[in-house]
Ligand binder design. Sequence first.
Ligand SMILES: Nc1ncnc2c1ncn2[C@@H]1O[C@H](COP(=O)(O)OP(=O)(O)OP(=O)(O)O)[C@@H](O)[C@H]1O
Length: 286
Amino acid sequence: MKNTPKSDRTPLVSLHGIGVQRAGRWLVRNVEFDVARGEIVTLIGPNGSGKSTTARTAVGAIRPDEGSVTRKPSLKIGYVPQKLSIDWTLPLSVNRLMTLTERRSTAEIEAALTSVGIPHLGKSDVQALSGGEFQRALLARAMLRKPDLLVLDEPVQGVDLAGEVALYDLIGRIRDETGCGILLISHDLHVVMAATDTVICLNGHVCCRGTPQSVAASPEYQHLFGGTRAARTLAVYRHDHDHTHLPDGRVQHSDGSITAHCHPEDGHHHEHDHDGHDHAEHHHAR
Ligand SMILES: Nc1ncnc2c1ncn2[C@@H]1O[C@H](COP(=O)(O)OP(=O)(O)OP(=O)(O)O)[C@@H](O)[C@H]1O
């Protein structure tokens, strides 16, 4: 947790035993956790386990029927919901998406798009973006508020595995550079683990919590997600990226050297990771 002075450990947001009830059913109950400055907390759990309900309660969009939420005074929240209510029949540029709810200067928009690696896409139609570019645009929009707390509901929707790795890298970098706290929502631990400090595994209640490694190894997680998924999670988490694709197409290897291409036989690549698994995925820098 860089940029986080020890004195500033007051949680940004704290959920105290919150419960949300709808139509006589508890959607979540007894949910309790904090997000501090510089911390990435990830909510995982199967479909319908209450992740979005919990995040919406944390940001104040839902009032809990039980328990309470405390937020740091004048907390600025950047929230990217799972679904956006945008009229997709009208053309919408990325620049316009940035200013739908608040006025922003061109310089601010350019800086935000640059910070998420899409400085060239301001004039593009939002509908023409790839899944990863769209998620980056949403992230830029949330960053424009200079939030203390960033809440991202499934930020890798519609993104392939390589894009997922790159997005979580970006989210980790945003945390490092701004020192904001981040509440992430994910279906399962998988790639998100590397970027996460604390995992809260939900299933209507907090089923288990802890470091990504401890949650992935816990019987509760394995029971909820099945042993195969849990094993895959660990494998993905522990694999190393041995090379990075630079924006100009060249390849930077783990020893710092740069080559024009990525050749498996050039001695820069590890055949296997610690688990003996092959991993084709690698990080494409933008
Ligand atoms: N307003 C509502 N009224 C009744 N039920 C609701 C309401 N909102 C959510 N639910 C139900 O509450 C449960 C939890 O929903 P929630 O969206 O929080 O889950 P989730 O873990 O985010 O799911 P997913 O991974 O599918 O996005 C679901 O069964 C959902 O159908």
